[in-house]
Design a protein around this ligand. Sequence first.
Ligand code: 5GP
Ligand code: ZN
Length: 122
Amino acid sequence: MDTLSHDPNCIFCKIIAGQIPSKKVYEDEGIYAFHDIHPWAPVHFLMVPKEHIPSMAQLTPDHAPLLGRMMTLAPRLALEQGCRPYPEGGFRIVINTGLDGGQEVHHLHMHVIGGPRPWRKG
Ligand code: 5GP
Ligand code: ZN
């Protein structure tokens, strides 16, 4: 049974549950990754915990393994999605947090952005 907490009003919880369609990049028991609907660059996907955590501000030490897995998975998925290898290529990871941080969707997410420049934004 799925014991992770969800918010019925959260757009990313709905995406994870398959109630809103998305273009999947990766999925395991705790993490879901999908293409951003408004990409800034040739590669732009979002990585989210399946658990509804509103932002980085709610993290506790218990979340360290989950966040560590997201961070270490990102380089592999970035290459799979078309980012060129480091150091000529690479990628950018962005985690907007709170209103001052520019966060619009309040379900913790990591932007992974890359591919040949120019980019639309960033
Ligand atoms: P934030 O500004 O919160 O860091 O970023 C939210 C991101 O989610 C934006 O880049 C936006 O394009 C993306 N987004 C918002 N709604 C949807 C959606 O319904 N589907 C997908 N795939 N991305 C979305
Ligand atoms: Zn959510």
